[in-house]
Design a protein around this ligand. Structure first.
Ligand code: PRP
Ligand code: URA
Length: 206
């Protein structure tokens, strides 16, 4: 199952990010803003508990978040989405998965794993700006499943139809939230029209 954020505030920011003249500082700010919108949509169903609250006027009840959340950025570009996620989930734990695409085949090459031990009840939220062939996303979720994570969501900024199809085939129980669903992949496995190399644009390494 995947959800595409259909909202003018999101579309506006994605259009600015697509512009190749957008410099890294602005690009990072736009990543922050779009990530916050993604979090809003993806976290609609997270658990809360009811508490009593005394306002200056009266006693009432309210809802507080009641989840053990582990944010899992895929290195390196996923780091670009981490600050905005931690802003809305300041109590979340963070684990990282290092993954590098082979430039010719686009096969993901895992190179680092540092994820908190799973007890099974945690909600793991994998973040990576780009879902292209879907190789990195599928491998990340497979690694988390092997480590004992049972509840996983995947958040990205731009997804290609080919990658979404692969991901949904391999991980039908993991919902994907994306700010844009693009046209296709090119012969180098880049998303068209896409954003270019998201990691390079976030970290200024073009
Ligand atoms: C990019 C991106 C994803 C992956 C998506 O990372 O951030 O992790 O490619 O492509 P896929 O769906 O075909 O696997 P990249 O390997 O370029 O590394 P980087 O984050 O270090 O720039
Ligand atoms: N990684 C990126 O950063 N961009 C793409 O279009 C595909 C993979």
């Amino acid at each position: 199952m995947h959800t595409v954020l259909e909202h003018p505030l999101v579309k506006h920011r994605i259009a600015m990010m697509r512009d190749r003249e957008t410099p890294p500082k602005l690009f990072r700010e736009l990543v922050d803003e779009v990530t916050a919108f993604l979090a809003y949509e993806a976290l609609r169903d997270i658990r809360t508990r009811t508490v009593e609250v005394a306002t200056p006027i009266a006693k009432t009840t309210g809802e507080l978040l009641d989840e053990h959340i582990v944010l899992v950025p895929i290195l390196r570009a996923g780091i670009g989405m981490l600050r905005a996620m931690l802003d809305v989930l300041p109590f979340a734990k963070v684990g990282v998965l290092g993954m590098q695409r082979n430039e010719e085949t686009a096969e993901p090459i895992p190179y680092y794993v540092k994820v908190p031990p799973a007890k099974g009840h945690e909600l793991a939220i994998v973040i990576d700006p780009m879902l292209a062939t879907g190789g990195s996303a599928c491998d990340a979720v497979a690694q988390l499943s092997r480590l004992g994570y049972r509840r996983i969501k995947f958040l990205c900024l731009v997804a290609a139809p080919e990658g979404l199809e692969k991901f949904e085939r391999e991980h039908p129980d993991v919902p994907v939230f994306t700010a844009a669903k693009d046209e296709r992949l090119n012969s180098h496995f880049y998303i068209v029209p896409g954003l270019g190399d998201a990691g390079d644009r976030i970290f200024g390494t073009l």
